[in-house]
Write a protein that binds this ligand. Structure first.
Ligand SMILES: [Zn+2]
Length: 282
């Protein structure tokens, strides 16, 4: 480097990886003044530096330094992204729980206006239509973690075991054809704090009622979503949200709504059926 002269476009061979501009004093060819106000001539190689004057230089990163910075950013991202993802999913689960709690409030209000009865298990008029005047916002029917574009993520208890016990065989056949006019009387539920009214159904499932008597194994095994809010891909660590007959709502871990006690049932026969092994739950 020429002492005291202008340096224009000088390069350093850095770490054997290429030429990188690293130092470029802010001199311009021409005339000017020194910081002390004296005349200075630049670009001639005869510029006089006043005492105490220092050339202003900028320092660019070498490639090695850039690679280190990029690596650190990558490591920090890898550490933070799963945490952010879990926080995001937690937020969605809280929003879902709020939805299902508001549906439960609508059910309680509906029952208050219908001599304590839940909506009848009817089709094609579903519980959503009957409760709509009480919850009033269709977006409440969709869980934020449900990827499907269907408008309804939730399923209501069909109370099959209760009506199977209470109705005659012919009446129960009528019930199974969605033609029984009476809904479940909520005050007839013996354990309201431990009996589910609403849960989450599998993505895309068309079912509206959680029926033990439908399908091959029953809707509790075939249609319920047991890990909507999961630490993917480990479904066993996931959970889903549920509302209960006493008006409360809470999250239950994978399979906990149907085993070891089936919280959708009312009768001992169905509540305390042999526990379903977790590996049998989808
Ligand atoms: Zn949900």
């Amino acid at each position: 480097m020429p002492a005291g002269g202008a340096i224009v476009g000088q390069t350093f061979l850095s770490a054997g990886l290429g030429n990188f501009p690293v130092a470029r004093p802010r001199f311009r060819r021409g005339t000017g003044t020194t910081r002390e106000g004296g005349p200075a001539v630049f670009g001639t190689g005869k510029c006089r530096q006043p005492a105490g004057w220092k050339a202003r230089t900028t320092h660019a990163f070498t490639l090695i330094e850039l690679l280190v910075v990029i690596s650190i950013i990558g490591i920090l991202s890898a550490l933070l992204l799963p945490t952010l993802s879990r926080a995001k999913e937690k937020g969605r689960s809280i929003s879902c729980l709020s939805n299902i709690r508001q549906l439960e409030m609508a059910l309680q209000m509906y029952a208050g206006d219908h001599e304590d009865h839940a909506p009848p298990r009817s089709f094609p008029t579903l519980w959503t239509s009957r409760l709509y005047p009480y919850f009033g916002d269709m977006t409440l029917l969709h869980c934020p973690s449900d990827d499907h574009d269907s408008r309804r993520s939730y399923i209501i208890n069909g109370w099959n075991d209760y009506f199977e016990r209470m109705l005659s065989a012919d009446e129960f056949e009528e019930f199974k054809r969605f033609q029984w006019p009476q809904g479940m009387k909520l005050s007839a539920v013996p354990l309201p704090t431990e009996t589910i009214t609403f849960g989450e159904k599998q993505t895309g499932s068309p079912h509206a009622y959680m029926d033990f008597v439908q399908g091959v194994k029953g809707n509790d095994l075939e249609e319920l979503e047991h890990a909507r809010h999961s630490a993917r891909p480990n479904r066993r660590a996931g959970s889903s949200n549920f509302a209960f007959t006493d008006g409360s709502a809470r999250s239950l871990g994978f399979g906990k709504s149907i085993t070891p006690v089936n919280l959708w049932a009312i009768t001992d026969k169905w509540r305390n059926a042999p526990p379903v092994p977790l590996e049998n739950i989808p």
